[in-house]
Design a protein around this ligand. Structure first.
Ligand SMILES: Cc1cc2nc3c(=O)[nH]c(=O)nc-3n(C[C@H](O)[C@H](O)[C@H](O)COP(=O)(O)OP(=O)(O)OC[C@H]3O[C@@H](n4cnc5c(N)ncnc54)[C@H](O)[C@@H]3O)c2cc1C
Length: 417
């Protein structure tokens, strides 16, 4: 998604674009992959996962289709296709295919081409050497600029739980979950109460003996979830965090809960940013899921504008947000817009970090742009109040290029609640 948004904006600005895509088709996460890393790496703990896809077969978009389109290419229902407002993954992939066709992007896309290494070419040029592999043949090319848009829902983030290594049952991450059938008759513990955790717990409940859904705290138990738990109380149970795992298969829960002898634990505990191919000599690092320093989550000050990132923020409406980032990046590269000097960009990043720290936002949520120090109560239902906060936030940022997107995002986000 972010790569296609970038390709279109770069071409609009007259740049010559090559998109290197490791999969056999476009769509990124939305290209459902029935394979999984499960066979040889069920936890996805290897440094680079082999399978990019993390979607399960039954997944439907959590956002409504009217919020999921590019600004000028709406995600409208089509005859003979999945016309639901919250469509299945295949429909989103087809939409992205349609987008490519409408803008002639496929001529810029090289499929089945995996990027192995991206590094700065020999100084003083600001060019980039990119090594890739296509059907076993490696190639090295030099580009004037690189936009990194490799997604961040592939590399599992795992909790650290006492006894994890010695626990005798099956442990896996939701990255490798596809269908419920392998869990028939099992006692399953699903750790994590986000969208995937809830979906997977509900689906597995249909075939499993028991499912224990583990929340971090009661705050995660929304009225909707409480209703679902009550309705399926026969074999779906809520637990508070996992305290420890015992070798004999016992899972001990916190919050006064007892233990359960389980067959399987599925960790629905999120993903880490990972750029195994990127070599910047320390100019961009990932520290506790903070990718940085990045000016406005896009440009590393010391390497801008020849290196940029599109698609880093989370809980934004994709692809519209990515489109705004891509437009900005493409216009900076063509000279239609300018960036502040490096020191100023660095200062802005540091100020942003400081403000978040003061507001008590953990580092790992650096790119959760909804969790803002000026908008601590984003979950309000008062639209006017939220809009005012959106405008305050935009003016606080003093970033015209993003303010409209932030405000729109705020509005649609609130409407969705
Ligand atoms: C279970 C799940 C449910 C989700 N549900 C929603 C939802 O309902 N609504 C929503 O808006 N978002 C949802 N998302 C988020 C979704 O990932 C984003 O909408 C969107 O796909 C992000 O686009 P992207 O381009 O940043 O990343 P991706 O879609 O992941 O695309 C990245 C691309 O980079 C390629 N790539 C990576 N590394 C390399 C390499 N080394 N060489 C070559 N190519 C490479 C990948 O193959 C992939 O095609 C969900 C994600 C998950 C995991």
């Amino acid at each position: 998604m972010a790569g296609l948004a970038s390709a279109r904006e770069l071409r609009r600005e007259g740049h010559d674009v090559t998109v290197l895509e490791q999969n056999a088709d476009v769509g990124g996460q939305w290209l459902y992959d029935p394979r999984s890393d499960g066979a040889d790496d069920p936890l996805g703990a290897a440094e680079t996962v082999k399978v990019h896809g993390s979607l399960y077969a039954s997944l439907r978009a959590i956002s409504a289709r009217e919020n999921m389109g590019f600004t000028d290419f709406h995600f409208a229902p089509k005859d003979g296709r999945d016309g639901r407002r919250f469509p299945g993954h295949r429909e989103v992939q087809l939409y992205l295919r349609d987008f490519c066709d409408a803008f002639g992007l496929m001529e810029a896309v090289r499929l089945n081409t995996r990027v192995l290494r991206v590094a700065m070419a020999v100084a003083p040029t600001r060019k980039w050497t990119v090594r890739s592999v296509h059907e076993g043949t490696e190639e090295e090319e030099v580009f004037d600029a690189v936009v990194v848009a490799n997604g961040h829902y592939s590399q599992p983030r795992l909790p650290s739980i006492q006894g994890m290594e010695a626990w005798r049952g099956r442990q896996m991450h939701s990255h490798s979950y596809r269908v419920p059938e392998p869990f028939r008759g099992d006692v399953v513990v699903v750790v994590g109460c986000g969208a995937s955790g809830k979906d997977i717990a509900m689906e597995v409940r249909g075939v499993a003996k028991e499912v224990h859904l583990v929340a971090k705290s009661m705050e995660e138990v929304t009225p909707g979830l409480a209703k679902v738990l009550a309705k399926h109380s026969a074999n779906l149970h809520l637990q508070l965090h996992v305290e420890r795992l015992c070798e004999d298969g016992l899972v001990v829960f916190g919050g006064g809960g007892s233990g359960v002898l389980a067959d399987t634990i599925i960790y629905c505990t999120g993903y880490n940013y990972s750029f195994p191919f990127l070599h910047t000599a320390g100019a961009v690092t990932v520290d506790d899921n903070r990718v940085g320093p990045l000016f406005e989550h896009v440009f590393p000050p010391s390497l801008a504008p020849s290196l940029s990132f599109v698609g880093i923020p989370i809980k934004v409406f994709a692809p519209r947000f990515f489109e705004a980032q891509a437009k900005w990046g493409a216009q900076v590269l063509s000279g239609r817009r300018t960036l502040p000097p490096e020191q100023e960009m660095m200062r802005s990043v540091e100020e942003y970090y400081r403000a978040r720290e003061i507001a008590g936002v953990p580092k790992k949520y650096t790119h959760d742009v909804c969790l803002s120090e000026t908008m601590p109560t984003v979950r309000t239902t008062n639209l006017a109040d939220s809009l005012k906060r959106g405008i305050d936030y935009a003016s606080y940022l003093k970033k015209e290029h993003l303010s409209v997107t932030y405000i729109l995002d705020r509005l649609i986000f609130i409407q969705r609640l």
